[in-house]
Design a protein around this ligand. Sequence first.
Ligand SMILES: Cc1cc2nc3c(=O)[nH]c(=O)nc-3n(C[C@H](O)[C@H](O)[C@H](O)COP(=O)(O)O)c2cc1C
Length: 239
Amino acid sequence: MKDHYEYPYPSPELESQYPFSVYEHERLTEEAMLDRAKAFYAEMNARRSVRMFSSDPVPQELIELAVKTASTAPSGAHKQPWTFVATQNPEIKREIRVAAEQEEKINYLENRMNEEWQEALAPLGTDHHKEFLEVAPWIVVLFEQRYETRTDGTTHKNYYVKESVGTAAGLFITSLHRMGLATLTHTPTPMKFLNKILNRPENERPFILFPVGYPLDGVKVPDLKRKDLNEIFTTVLEA
Ligand SMILES: Cc1cc2nc3c(=O)[nH]c(=O)nc-3n(C[C@H](O)[C@H](O)[C@H](O)COP(=O)(O)O)c2cc1C
């Protein structure tokens, strides 16, 4: 019998213990699916990381919507082990810039990044100057929650934290691009300074720092080529 399951999910026993609801899903025609997939691919293929932002203000509601979208990401055991910390305070942004530049000076000028790494970065031309951290209207730092602390003081494990937070980061970037904003996936490592500046607890570790805003008019980006499908995708035809 087509699509018959011997072990349906949820089992009647499971459903008697935990709440379940019917997943609302509209099945599209293949033509509609193709149209949507092609349009979305074209839109996402136009996304670029920028390193010069306009200082034009961006409403907080847009940032909040990007965070809400990010938080729709799947996560290990549905722990949602992420905190997004946003600031548009000029003094805090300045502090972050100064601390990031300090770390990046060691990375770039004192060879904390090895030669191979520096060679890989050469076409991007990145260096220790991080002016954009002060110019962009928002800095949003995504923290991973290595474990959970509850209000009663107990601590609890989180699962697949990096995988979960990375997935949320992708949705955050996608949401910003979709609404016409730009960001840079920035990792001025080590980033522990962000806990101090942003007053975050011990269970949180900085994952990615996102300056967010409009791209500066006429901003340039490296002419990068993305891998062809045949370099990143294969099918297995025979057992
Ligand atoms: C995990 C991660 C860390 C990154 N860290 C930095 C960074 O610290 N500084 C920077 O300028 N770009 C950083 N990038 C951005 C990449 O250089 C950029 O995504 C890549 O060159 C491709 O360009 P595109 O985003 O425009 O497609 C990072 C990207 C990722 C995914």
